[in-house]
Design a protein around this ligand. Structure first.
Ligand code: 13P
Length: 339
């Protein structure tokens, strides 16, 4: 394990004013996104869309890294440059999603277990040769009647820790993502409690597996009331509750946390990150690793048409810039015209 290299990559991913683009939708997820805009998902259309994102002029000002899916890391730009190499040349760190998705957990109806550990050492060795510098692995915790169970939280934490160990062995920075599902009617208190429990177990497992904390990142959900509940989430409340959990659980050595957007609108997601950074004093950097919150307006502008590419890139540039402002808590002030 090259600790220096891991540390350098992890801190570059959370470098000030920049964040990560999660463009790692699996074959099934990209199909869902394309269905919504009436575009057929096939390898060539997927490639054209990812090319639109990656070739956006000056996007490296706000994007430190991109998470890709296996199909994408094997594809090239129109000029034949492999995407990982192209991004690296632009100063953007190329990354890869390595989990193999979620399966129903036996004996725990409604709960999910993440797959992808089998054969991971071999896959990571290939990805490393392809120039990929970091990876992502996602588990999912559901909140509901009798959920989550301790067994599900502990099993998924163990999977995340084993993944992180294999990544660091291959000098690839692990992004550990114990997502908490935002859909449902749960309250802020329930969400805060589950976030605390999940992060606690995750860091116990990471410690047991001797993970080098300075050479990894956490990808987290916010403490956030369920999206199907009555109350619209308030960014200040989300920021306060999320930070209180982090202060209790997260070790100081962790370089940073990057957030997923989880189904909130792009504006709300930016606003939550902004509110967090407005009150946050460290030690960890708080950044973004948004999928939908960066891409939703881009997809709606593109609509699969070549003539819309330029405008869609401008939309992407703007969303990335606004999230960059949220990295320092300056988004709201900027929106209100305050200097
Ligand atoms: P969303 O921001 O759309 O939730 O996606 C981020 C992600 O990578 C989920 O695994």
């Amino acid at each position: 394990m090259n600790r220096q290299l891991l540390e350098k990559t992890a801190s570059a991913l959370v470098t000030p004013k920049k964040g990560i683009l999660a463009a790692d939708e699996s074959t099934g997820s990209i199909k869902k996104r394309f269905d919504a805009i009436n575009v057929e998902s096939n390898p060539e259309n997927n490639r054209l869309y990812r090319q639109l994102l990656f070739t956006t002029p000056q996007i490296e000002k706000f994007i430190s890294g991109v998470i890709m899916f296996d199909e994408t890391v094997r594809q090239t730009t129109d000029d034949g440059i492999p995407f990982p190499k192209y991004l690296q040349k632009r100063g953007i760190i190329p990354g890869i999603k390595v989990d193999k998705g979620l399966k129903d957990m036996a004996n725990f109806p409604g709960e999910k277990i993440a797959e992808g550990i089998e054969g991971l050492r071999e896959r990571l060795s290939e990805y490393s040769q392809m120039g990929l510098k970091f990876a992502k692995f996602r588990t999912l915790t559901m909140i509901g009647d009798n959920m989550p169970s301790d067994t599900c939280i502990e099993s998924n934490s163990e999977v995340l820790a084993r993944y992180a160990a294999l990544c660091q062995e291959a000098d690839i920075v692990p992004i550990v993502e114990p997502e908490i599902f935002m859909e449902g009617k749960h309250t802020m208190d329930q969400s805060r409690h589950v976030l605390q429990k999940v992060l606690k177990e995750t860091f116990i497992a990471l410690d047991k597996h001797k993970i080098y904390l300075k050479g990894m990142l956490l990808k987290s959900s916010w403490a956030h009331p369920g999206l199907d509940g009555l109350n619209k989430p308030d960014s200040k409340e989300i920021a306060k509750a999320t930070l209180s959990v982090f202060k209790e659980i997260l070790p100081d050595e962790l370089p940073g946390v990057v957030f997923l957007s989880g189904g909130d609108s792009p504006e709300d997601s930016t606003s939550h990150l902004d509110a967090l950074n407005e009150i946050h004093k460290g030690p960890w950097k708080l950044s973004f690793s948004f999928g939908r919150a960066l891409q939703e307006p881009v997809l709606k502008t593109w609509l699969g048409k070549a003539e819309n590419i330029k405008l869609a890139q401008e939309v992407f540039f703007k969303r990335a810039m606004l999230n960059s402002l949220a990295r320092t808590g300056e988004y709201k002030k900027e929106m209100e015209g305050v200097q």
